[in-house]
Design a binder for this molecule. Structure first.
Ligand code: SF4
Length: 206
């Protein structure tokens, strides 16, 4: 089932039976980014905060293991799934191996997802922990920084356990979600998910 078909199949939530959405904490405005900020503002997700038919479960995997503020980190030699399988590493800016802490944080996020019986996760793309569509391939601060298709460590942990994960840039998918939780929501049929935008298609030659 595609992510969109899955979203379309979700129940219409009520205040008594809300949809449960696990969300990267920073996307809700919590100052858990590596630099002590919320990594910018993403109205596509912030809007979720105003609905009582959504139960938001907030978690920041990197803060869980390394606190805030902290160093920035990226994945070297593969994707988040490769890190989970022991075939790639997460290194901090100063070169410290953060793989173990990132895996522990992903396991905690998975535990929360299971305990809360979440319907969906909405996570911050390009993060080495939370990215779900696109992540950096190595150091994001390198002059010739490179992107790759793939998930960060925590998103990969959720995905491989069968949870649906979308990003704050999957606007078409978010439109479906908003149509579920708000009967007055007018769906923008022009909205695109991240993998449908020109940048993605040009960069990855899709
Ligand atoms: S680890 Fe995830 S929740 Fe935490 S700051 Fe990074 S993107 Fe946001």
């Amino acid at each position: 089932m595609t992510d969109r078909d899955y979203l379309k199949s979700l129940r219409i939530p009520t205040t008594e039976n809300p949809l449960k959405v696990l969300v990267s904490s920073c996307l809700t405005g919590i100052l858990c980014g590596y630099d002590g900020t919320a990594n910018g503002e993403y109205p596509s997700v912030l809007k979720l905060l105003k609905y009582d038919t959504i139960k938001l479960v907030k978690f920041c995997p990197e803060e869980y293991s390394f606190g805030s503020p902290r160093e920035m980190c990226d994945i070297y030699g593969g994707t988040g799934l490769d890190v989970l399988n022991g075939n790639a590493k997460v290194l901090s800016d100063s070169g410290v191996d953060w793989s173990e802490g990132m895996i522990k944080a992903s396991e905690k996020m998975l535990e929360i997802a299971k305990n809360e019986n979440i319907d969906l996760a909405v996570m911050m793309d390009v993060s080495a922990a939370c990215g779900s569509q696109v992540i950096y391939d190595g150091n994001r601060f390198a002059e010739n920084k490179v992107y790759q298709i793939g998930a960060g460590v925590s998103a990969a942990q959720l995905i491989r356990s069968g949870f649906k994960v979308i990003s704050q840039r999957d606007y078409a998918s978010l439109e479906i979600l908003y149509s579920k939780i708000d009967s007055s929501h007018v769906v923008n049929t022009e909205a695109k998910d991240h993998h449908e935008i020109d940048w993605y298609k040009n960069y990855f030659k899709k």
